[in-house]
Design a protein around this ligand. Structure first.
Ligand code: 3PG
Ligand code: MG
Length: 398
């Protein structure tokens, strides 16, 4: 990581350290239901605190669009951060102005404070200079540990990096290291596995991947669009038939770039989109006209496993079938477990990300066995699309 300054170089002792975290966690009835994002930033907070820094956390929650929405308050999240950290986390009712300044003035070395939702101010999403200056007044140093918000060029994710000495936090550092292993400097062959419902939402991603990886496995609903474009009768399966030309274009670019495309060769077909619907595996010469393909079939699973065996690196985004409905989770689960097994044997670097994908890996019981699982949704996708992430770019040392 030569192009970034890490915490190793941050003189935090006695300093007010503004730490941008992404603790935009799912909540129900005022309780955090998945604390993964909180857990990921704990090492950074512990380290700064142990080295005598005053930790001032900046974060967003929900999409309040510049208004003070009580339902988007970070106050309940402060409690969850405190529980994960094992020490008190103070809370201030505003992220700028006297309220914030006074709370910070009370901090001793090693103390931790969370400021209220940055998105309660319109200047946050506008990356407004005056708002950046208001935030900057509160700190001596800036640490960004919010990779999953790095696709947003907001005041607290991007603007601050230009006005304070800026450093990469530990979870951002781990994320950047892992992603580099995934596409920038990967061990080859690299196989990308892309699933999910729609081609339309992942077109940029597919186009970027075919130019970079050695093979692309396509599964999930989006595979149906490709199959249809190739003339396969997919019955009543979910597909974007108007994107047939687009799908054919992706396939021809893949051919130009020497990227092998691995489409399913058979599918598990049901007549209703519901769990445990009666189902049967069919080859693609025989899909019933009133049937829906809800998962990859047994021969396809064997092909995908073989592709994983051939790979030194896999990058995975999106489930291979309707994984939320048993037993149509089968293909995704088998492939995930196979990748996990190869990873444990030291034969594979496996990198996965995106909300559904992480849920699928947890469901398969293998999230901890992958080399790296990104907690980022949009930011991971934009990285896969080859786009510049403003929150990351701003941290680069020229
Ligand atoms: C996320 O949950 O994906 C990040 O926290 C970014 O949130 P946003 O999509 O509302 O910008
Ligand atoms: Mg999002």
């Amino acid at each position: 990581m030569t192009s970034f300054r890490t915490l190793d170089e941050a003189p935090v002792k006695g300093q007010r350290v503004l730490v941008r975290v992404d603790i935009n966690v799912p909540m129900e009835d005022g309780k955090v239901t998945d604390a993964t994002r909180i857990e990921r930033v704990i090492p950074t907070l512990r380290e700064i605190s142990a080295r005598g820094g005053k930790v001032v956390l900046l974060a967003h929650f929900g999409r309040p669009k510049g208004k003070r929405e009580p339902k988007d308050s970070l106050a309940p999240v402060a409690k969850a951060v405190s529980a994960a950290l094992g020490k008190p986390v103070a809370f201030a009712d505003d992220c700028i102005g006297d309220v914030a300044a006074q709370a910070i003035a009370k901090l001793g070395e090693g103390d931790v404070l969370l400021l209220e939702n940055t998105r309660f101010h319109a200047g946050e999403e506008k990356n407004d200079k005056a708002f950046v200056a208001e935030l900057a007044k509160l700190g001596d140093l800036y640490v960004n540990d919010a990779f999953s918000a790095a696709h947003r060029a907001h005041a607290s994710t991007e603007g601050l990096a230009h006005v304070l000495p800026a450093y990469v936090g530990r979870s951002m550092q781990a994320e950047l290291d892992a992603l580099r292993k995934g596409l920038e400097k990967p061990a080859r062959p690299v196989v990308a596995i892309v699933g999910g419902a729609k081609v339309s939402t992942k077109l940029d991603l597919l186009e970027n991947l075919v130019a970079k990886v050695d093979a692309l496995v396509i599964g999930g609903g989006m595979a149906n669009t490709f199959l249809h474009a190739e003339g396969v009768n997919i019955g009543k399966s979910l597909a974007e038939k108007d994107l047939a030309d687009t799908a054919r274009r992706v396939l021809s670019v893949a051919q130009e770039k020497n990227c092998a495309i691995i489409l399913p060769v058979d599918g598990v077909v049901a007549y209703e989109f519901k769990a445990h619907a009666p189902h049967h595996a069919y080859g693609f010469d025989a899909v019933p006209t009133d049937g829906m393909i809800l998962d990859v079939g047994p021969q396809s699973i064997e092909r995908i496993k073989a592709a994983i065996d051939d790979a030194a690196t896999i990058v995975w985004n999106g489930p291979l079938g309707a994984f939320e409905l048993a037993p149509f989770d089968h293909g995704t689960v088998v492939a995930a477990r196979h990748a996990a097994e190869r990873t444990k044997q030291g034969k594979l670097v496996s990198i996965a990300g995106g909300g559904d994908t992480v849920a699928a890996l947890h469901h398969a019981g293998v999230a901890d066995d992958f080399t790296y699982v990104s907690t980022a949704g949009g930011a991971f996708l934009e990285w896969l699309e080859g786009k510049d992430l403003p929150g990351v770019s701003a941290l680069k040392v020229p």
